[in-house]
Design a binder for this molecule. Structure first.
Ligand code: ADP
Ligand code: TRP
Length: 321
């Protein structure tokens, strides 16, 4: 079975990205043949500064490796290093109904807000379908927000197969643990677009500052509180051991403590949790040439498969000399 997923380098990774996606990608690399790529062509629909995009792409690779992605187990590469994908995207676009793309959320939401949309945003799901189909991927681990895109990829594959004969493997979404909805500093879902993120590799002091500014309610210190509905407690639970979580929950139920103490405890556990990846990251970042080498090796492996599937698609639809 081949597992494939992509992650956009549109900002530095935050706790939501890690617990909601990256951690699970890393776990899957042990069980399956895993392909993971940095979706820089998709990111180009939003990041329009060339230096920023290049830096975020390199940072994403360093972060994934520092967090435990093993390039000897998983194939790690950069989307734009496999040009076959863009070629397949065009082939797929010729048979993609406008209506299918008009129903996709990202485009629909932008249009509903009266914002101008580019063709890249409109055809974003077709490039994503090419990303998936070009590696004969069976399983695509994604967050709930991406399910619609996997369905589009299946629709596109099915209608191509129907018209030109069996060519593509039909992919299935593997929904990443929905319980991992990490709250942000304001209690809403953590997301770059809400400006409420805690980054994985922020400088320790800056991170502590951000944690101390997490919004809390104004209940008096002595009043007992329900831990389950408190975002500060939920954040603490991501890092704490079972015992640590239980004793913090007991403290909430008993009352008589300040949120400031919980924030300090949160900063401590988070710092400890990411200490090793942080050290590994510093080592990796000191040798960018090694990162480029890992990405080049990954791209070479990915391209081997991509060429095979693109060739199959070209033969099927008659675009070959
Ligand atoms: P953002 O919302 O910050 O722009 P992305 O959409 O780039 O994040 O997220 C990439 C993946 O990380 C998502 O598909 C999702 O699986 C995961 N993710 C992001 N934020 C969270 C969160 N707060 N809780 C759980 N998972 C998240
Ligand atoms: N659109 C995905 C996201 O924003 C990233 C992505 C691009 C992707 N191509 C993919 C995910 C192919 C899975 C498979 O999260």
């Amino acid at each position: 079975m081949r597992v494939l997923s992509g992650i956009q380098p549109t900002g530095r990774f935050h706790w939501g990205n890690y617990f909601g996606a990256i951690r699970q990608y890393i776990e899957l690399q042990h069980a399956e043949q895993a392909y993971y790529f940095i979706a820089n062509l998709h990111a180009l629909t939003t990041v329009r500064d060339p230096n920023v995009l290049a830096q975020l792409t390199l940072d994403a690779a360093i972060d994934l490796l520092a967090l435990g992605l093993d390039p000897d187990k998983a194939v790690l590469f950069c989307q734009s290093d496999v040009p076959e994908v863009s070629e397949l995207a065009w082939i797929l676009m010729t048979g993609t109904p406008m209506g299918l793309l008009e129903r996709c959320h990202a485009y629909k939401d932008k249009k509903a807000k009266g914002l101008p949309a580019h063709a890249g945003l409109f055809t974003y799901p077709v490039l994503m379908a090419a990303d998936i189909l070009i590696y004969d991927s069976d399983t695509v681990p994604v967050g709930e927000d991406q399910i619609q895109h996997i369905e589009v990829a299946r629709d596109i594959a099915q209608s191509f197969n129907h018209h030109f004969g069996e060519t593509f493997v039909l992919p299935k979404a593997k929904i990443l643990d929905a319980s991992a909805k990490v709250p942000g500093t304001d209690g809403e879902k953590m997301s770059k677009s809400y400006n409420n993120t805690l980054e994985l590799f922020d400088e320790a002091k800056a991170q502590r500052k951000k944690i101390m500014r997490i919004t809390t309610d104004s209940r008096p210190v002595e009043q007992p509180k329900a831990p389950e509905s408190d975002h500060l407690f939920l954040l603490y639970s991501l890092f704490a051991s079972d015992e640590e979580r239980e004793s913090m929950a007991a403290l909430y139920r008993r009352g008589g403590f300040g949120y400031g103490d919980v924030k300090k405890a949160l900063a401590d556990v988070a710092e400890k949790y990411f200490a090793e990846p942080r050290a590994r990251r510093a080592e990796l970042a000191a040798h960018p040439e090694r990162i480029h080498e890992i990405l080049a090796t990954g791209a070479e492996r990915a391209r081997r498969k991509a060429r095979e599937v693109l060739n199959r698609a070209q033969q099927a639809c008659g675009v070959c000399s």
